[in-house]
Ligand binder design. Structure first.
Ligand code: ATP
Length: 311
């Protein structure tokens, strides 16, 4: 079983409009509401890949209840810490080929909630063989919160894959309890290192040689339609993918994390791990709903992923 963590889940609401009128009334005919948050995308794809998954994090109020109900409908186990505050709504207005987003910050957590969650997390580790942690931290939690979760996982010998950015990622990398894998994209990598990292092999290799990545077994730098650049231990790989028909690329990074988690959990060879992660990422872009794949297309696209080891 894999534990997928989303500390600040949301109800994602999409409002399609032919034209957005400012300072006026906009009436919406069809509303789509889904359980959102990066870790929930990861969980859905893990489930679609045929692995058992538990979702956790912090939620509350009627929005929190909606998220739980959506997970139940998908037959995904949920073990969230319930709080008195309301979970957030994230609104996307789709208009004139543009997407205008209105994102609530969500609840602010205090010491009590933070301790209660860490205790819950420790207990859940007894049921799983690996963990994925995705997305940003809710306000009120210290920037080293993911490191605290890593320390607990390390003490239970449970490997962790982390997909976060900014200071939360830096804190994970500077401390001694290391994740098994991280999955930055190029802009997150550039932000972390404070330099513009190019997408050529030389720049990527130089970037991943940085002191900050010492001790991280897997670094998967996802590069959208350009596939990925991977460091595994001391080896570097360029992972190439075919040109495909993209319907909705949102959540592809999360689907990549899901593929990575499934292949690592199955102890598959390193080539299979990289190809699986790329395939789930690609399959996500081919579906209209975010964080979802068609498992029946897996073999066809897996065969089209090519690897090149860099000397
Ligand atoms: P997000 O934040 O939306 O989850 P990300 O920036 O973390 O995305 P990307 O690098 O865009 O992640 O995509 C992850 C993987 O998904 C890629 O490595 C690739 O396998 C697949 N992918 C994404 N976009 C495309 C695309 N346009 N064509 C083909 N594959 C894609």
């Amino acid at each position: 079983m894999i534990l997928a963590v989303t500390m600040n889940p949301s109800v994602d609401i999409s409002y399609p409009l032919s034209h957005l009128k400012l300072n006026d009334v906009n009436r919406i005919k069809s509303v789509q509401k889904t359980a959102g948050g990066k870790g929930l995308n990861v969980a859905r794809v893990i489930k679609q890949m045929g692995e058992d998954v538990i979702t956790t994090g912090v939620l509350g109020g009627t929005t929190g209840e909606f998220i739980c109900q959506e997970l139940i409908k998908m037959n995904i186990k949920n073990e969230f810490l319930k709080i008195n505050q309301e979970s957030r709504n994230c609104i996307a207005i789709l208009h004139e080929n543009m997407q205008t987003e209105i994102l609530e910050a969500g609840p602010t957590l205090g010491f009590e909630e933070s301790d209660a969650f860490l205790e819950k997390f420790r207990r859940l580790l007894g049921k799983v063989s690996s963990v994925t942690i995705s997305g940003s931290l809710p306000s009120g939690l210290p920037t080293d919160f993911y490191f605290q979760m890593l320390k607990i996982s390390k003490s239970e010998d449970i490997p962790v894959i982390i997909d976060t950015s900014g200071e939360a990622l830096r804190q994970v990398l500077i401390h001694e309890a290391k994740p098994l894998a991280i999955k930055p994209n190029i802009s997150e990598l550039s932000q972390l290192l404070g330099v513009e990292v190019g997408s050529d092999v030389k720049s990527l290799k130089l970037a991943l040689d940085h002191e900050l990545f010492k001790g991280i077994e897997w670094i998967v730098v996802s590069m959208g339609s350009d596939g990925a650049f991977v460091r595994h231990g001391g080896d570097y790989y360029q992972v190439m993918i075919p040109k495909i028909n993209v319907v909705n690329p949102v959540g592809s990074g999360d689907a990549t994390v899901a593929g990575l988690a499934c292949a690592l959990k199955r102890n598959q060879p390193i080539e299979t791990v990289m190809k699986t992660a790329m395939t789930t990422g690609m399959l996500n872009t081919m579906e209209s709903s975010t964080g979802s794949i068609n498992r029946l297309k897996f073999e066809e696209y897996y065969c089209l992923v090519k690897l090149e080891k860099i000397d």
